[in-house]
Design a protein around this ligand. Structure first.
Ligand code: CU
Length: 226
């Protein structure tokens, strides 16, 4: 990892530099980037979203999904966190034999009446024996984190993170997110469901081979129900 750029060029010159580097970057390769996310105690954090913000207009070789399936299984959302592109469609599949009344709202909003566009509700009947689970679809248009819950089962909690930047990845059980990012100046930010105060993004300069970075939350995520 190199040092962050020592200065920023404001105004017209800045736009020109950004424009010129965007042009150049259509030719330059993406850099493999490994980002580790640790909790307050230094333990690896699973299901954190790592987002790389860059001025580059290049597109990643592996775009974020435009379609995902989120199952309701044994009173849980599976997967617990989905990372998608804006406009992605989610298929909710109820694999439990009982009904779920899925609700969604912008994460961080205390109440579920987040207003038009920010929330939805889906009543999904229980899975009939020997038949596929009932489904309902929803579109995630708004960038940011969406909290999923269930009106019937308070313990159910899940998230959909809609990333504006196509350069984003989820951390695995080892706390590592592997992604590619275009060469040049970038800012790396992290989102986690239990991290309610934003962590300051890490400013980096990417290029000249693989890079590694580490971000630390200032919370210890609450343990998942087994
Ligand atoms: Cu439910």
């Amino acid at each position: 990892m190199r040092n962050p750029p020592p200065f920023r060029v404001p105004g017209m010159r800045g736009s020109f530099v950004a424009f010129a580097s965007a042009l150049l970057c259509t030719l330059c390769a993406a850099t493999p980037l490994q980002v580790g996310v640790l909790d307050k105690d230094g333990q690896p954090v699973v299901d954190a979203v790592v987002v790389v913000i860059t001025a580059s207009k290049a597109a990643p070789s592996r775009p974020l999904p435009k379609e995902v399936t989120i199952s309701q299984e044994k009173m849980r959302f599976v997967p617990a966190v989905s990372l998608v592109a804006p406009g992605a469609k989610a298929h909710f599949v109820n694999n439990d034999p009982w009904d779920h009344h899925v609700r969604a709202s912008a994460a961080g909003v205390a109440q579920f009446d987040a207003g038009p566009g920010g929330s939805f509700e889906l009543m999904i009947s229980g899975k009939p024996e020997g038949k596929p689970g009932k489904t309902a679809d929803a579109i995630f248009d708004k960038p940011g984190a969406v909290l999923l819950g269930c009106h019937l089962h308070n313990s159910m909690r899940g998230h959909v993170y809609v990333s504006d930047s196509p350069w984003a990845a989820l951390t695995g059980p080892d706390g590592l997110a592997m992604l590619d990012a275009p060469d040049g100046a970038a800012s790396i930010k992290v989102w986690h469901a239990d991290q309610l105060i934003d962590i300051a993004p890490l400013q980096v300069m990417l290029g000249d081979g693989p890079a590694k970075a580490t971000l630390q939350l200032n919370v210890v995520p609450r343990r998942k129900r087994i």
